[in-house]
Design a protein around this ligand. Structure first.
Ligand SMILES: Nc1nc2c(ncn2[C@@H]2O[C@H](COP(=O)(O)OP(=O)(O)OP(=O)(O)O)[C@@H](O)[C@H]2O)c(=O)[nH]1
Length: 675
């Protein structure tokens, strides 16, 4: 591989005519600081030829024996575990693809588009949802190095996933898009990496774009993160330009796993970093091996549950599973424990060999769902079948909370909890795509906290359970969750963003004007407003230029009430919401109006009301009208008559009944989807 790289480097050098005055040995610097080549220029054509040659002479892909032999000889001091962090869409997955090609993990001749984005949703939506790990071997200055690269999700909903991934890493590549510059998530991810003592390698990506502004991105990196301009590598992950210069930087700047924490001569101990389900082999666990070694046939124990299993397979992700005879300390690798139920595995738990009784490692913070929805099967749908199908959908995402629940209006169903609004919308979209009309999904809600007079407190994630009327007399205080939102946008929108935040009951924490003409603003925002498309509204008032990141902002006392929708005096529990006092009048009026539109004309008068704090807020009436489906037919048209009557009968079957009023599935769905 070394030979291959030097041949390529020569080829690469030969293709470019360097401007006069620039020496060959300043080649790296030249390529990493100058603007990209113009398309169609001689240099660009030369670069394309280099790309073609690379494709025709790829680094050979090792078979399992070769792989194990190479890995077995790599000492712990030559391990580098790192993560790529960046704002969403700044090119993490694309950069991973290029690194995998250079190190011969994947063949560059195949179309490597986001090799690591394995979940369907990730490929469909082009975003990373789960962190993925992949191992690489890189030969440098006569020695083999083992890299574990973690491609972490960029979106804030998956922040805990990012933090967990950091735990097994010593360094991070901090990626910034050359045309976009630093964004909210770049800042947020930088601070996490910094607080966890990770060594950072700054990289400016997308230098091939016409809109790339490299000096501006450099200035931002230097000013905001106090990283040296000279340390920045300039790359195009898309074309591969300069990506090879990142690898030596990783070796020289990121330390190996610390020898005081990782011991190859102690009994086996590993931390579970992630787990997923495979239809053929069952559960697969990704582990960070901290001490000792483990191999197929070893008996291992989960510290948390005490459950014991025999190891069926061990190996590394390369980029798919490659079975190896054994794993050793320092590796981030997989273990197949040979069971099917994903609920038996707890991320953060420690694995040890049976009988060794070594101390468990410190676990991770459990992800807390921030957004809840109810899901109910429409009439005629098989509950059990639907439940199996839903469970299947969530098998690979253990952060989804899945519980049975019942509603007086919609019958038996499930309560689903998600990490944030993107997480919820990804699954909602999939549910709607896969189950369409067979599933009614209620409006998203957030978990409220209630403190009672007896000192107890409760988290309420179903609005209908929110204390009201008599139940409220035992309550001392009600709390709603907030997020600490971090926004960046061009300075001229500062006033509009402030107004937006104030209108969403935001509490200002900090405003900073950055040198690049951007404002960085921090506000505490109620989570309920955040999930009500706050980002969409933020983009609206900043012409799409804002970026948003958020963190848990804790609970704050709040003047909140349950609002019910009544149809002929009967409350429809699935449509209850929890609202702040300031929103009740407006939302109450809007909700009854909307529900009126969606309710079918009934055979008697229907009264729709919104009620909160024991008071009727709004009211609408639907006048009775009998629908005669045969009215327009000629008396002798018997077969058509029959058909229509059958159709009417089917339609009636579809109606969900609340009190005496029938509400069709379509009406529920249309109301909830705000169509
Ligand atoms: N022009 C250009 N486009 C790039 C470059 N790198 C990535 N892209 C494009 O930018 C988009 C986002 O790239 P990804 O690699 O999916 O970004 P990501 O950071 O992994 O995104 P998330 O996983 O959603 O956070 C894709 O359309 C890429 O093709 C680059 O160097 N130049």
């Amino acid at each position: 591989m070394k030979l291959f790289n030097s041949v390529n480097r020569l080829l690469f050098k030969k293709q470019f005519k360097l401007p006069s005055g620039i020496k060959r040995n300043s080649f790296i610097r030249y390529n990493s600081t100058e603007p990209p080549f113009t398309q169609g220029s001689e240099e660009y054509k030369g670069y394309l030829k280099y790309e073609l040659d690379k494709k025709n002479n790829p680094t050979p892909i090792l078979n399992n024996e070769e792989l194990f032999e190479r890995i077995s000889n790599i000492p712990l001091k030559n391990y580098r575990n790192f993560i790529i962090v960046a704002h969403i869409d700044h090119g993490k997955s694309t950069l991973s693809d290029r690194l995998l090609e250079i190190t011969g993990v994947v063949n560059p001749t195949t179309d490597n588009k986001q090799v690591l984005d394995k979940l369907d949703v990730e490929r469909e939506r082009g975003i990373t949802v789960k962190a993925q790990t992949v191992s690489m071997i890189y030969h440098y200055k006569g020695e083999d190095y083992m890299f574990h690269l973690v491609d972490s999700p960029g979106h804030v909903d998956f922040r805990l996933e990012v933090i967990r991934s950091y735990a097994s890493c010593q360094g991070a590549l901090l990626l910034v898009d050359a045309s976009e510059g630093i964004k909210a998530q770049t800042v947020a991810n930088f601070y996490i990496a910094y607080s966890m003592n990770l060594h950072l390698i700054p990289i400016i990506n997308k230098i091939d774009l016409d809109t790339a502004d490299i000096p501006r991105a450099e200035e931002q990196i230097e000013e905001t993160f106090e990283l040296l301009r000279d340390d920045i590598v300039h790359v195009s992950a898309k074309t591969g330009l300069n990506v090879e210069y990142i690898l030596p930087k990783i070796i020289e700047n990121i330390p190996s796993p610390p020898i005081e924490k990782y011991h190859r001569d102690l009994p086996f101990r590993a931390q579970i970093v992630d787990s997923w389900y495979d239809a053929y082999v069952g559960v697969i666990m990704l582990v960070n091996v901290v001490d000792g070694s483990v191999k197929k046939g070893d008996k291992v124990e989960f510290c948390k549950t005490g459950e014991k299993y025999e190891v069926k397979e061990v190996g590394i992700m390369y980029p798919d599973r490659r079975a190896l005879p054994k794993l050793v300390a320092g590796q981030v690798a997989y273990i197949i424990p040979g069971f099917k139920d994903p609920n038996n595995v707890f991320v953060g738990d420690t694995l040890r060999k049976v009988g060794t009784n070594v101390e468990p490692l410190i676990g991770f913070e459990e992800p807390k769902p921030m957004v809840f929805v109810g899901a109910f099967p429409a009439d005629g749908t098989d509950f059990k079948k639907m439940e199996e199908s839903l469970q299947h959908l969530f098998l690979n995402d253990r952060s989804v909370v899945f519980q049975r629940t019942t509603s007086n209006a919609l019958g038996q169903g499930w309560k689903l909890g998600f990490l944030g609004s993107l997480h919820a919308s990804i699954f909602k979209e999939r549910l709607e795509k896969e189950h369409g009309k067979n599933l009614i999904i209620t409006a998203p809600t957030v978990p409220y906290k209630v403190e009672f007079k007896d000192g107890k407190s409760e988290i309420i994630s179903n609005p209908d359970d929110f204390p009201d009327g008599n139940k409220k007399s035992n309550v001392i205080e009600l709390f709603e969750p907030f997020v600490e939102a971090l926004m960046t946008f061009p300075k001229e929108y500062t006033g509009s963003v402030m107004t937006l935040c104030e209108n969403n009951r935001g509490i200002q924490k900090e405003v900073q004007y950055l040198s690049n003409g951007q404002t960085l603003m921090k506000y505490f925002i109620p989570t309920a407003h955040l999930i009500d498309d706050f980002f969409g509204k933020l983009k609206g008032v900043t012409k799409g230029y804002a970026s948003l990141d958020y963190d848990d902002g804790g609970y704050r006392p709040s003047d909140i009430y349950k609002m019910e929708l009544l149809v002929n005096g009967e409350s429809i529990d699935a449509l209850s919401t929890v609202l702040h006092k300031s929103q009740i009048e407006k939302n109450g009026r809007e909700f009854v109006k909307r529900l009126k539109e969606f309710l079918r004309i009934q055979q008697f008068e229907v009264i729709i009301q919104a009620k909160a704090n024991g008071r009727i807020i709004a009211r609408e009436t639907i006048k009775a009208r009998r629908k005669d489906v045969l009215a327009k037919l000629h008396a002798s048209d018997i077969s058509r008559r029959k058909k229509l009557l059958v159709k009417q009968k089917e339609g009636k079957k579809q109606l969900k009944s609340v009190g005496k009023v029938n509400i069709s599935n379509d009406a529920f769905q249309a109301f909830l989807r705000r169509e």
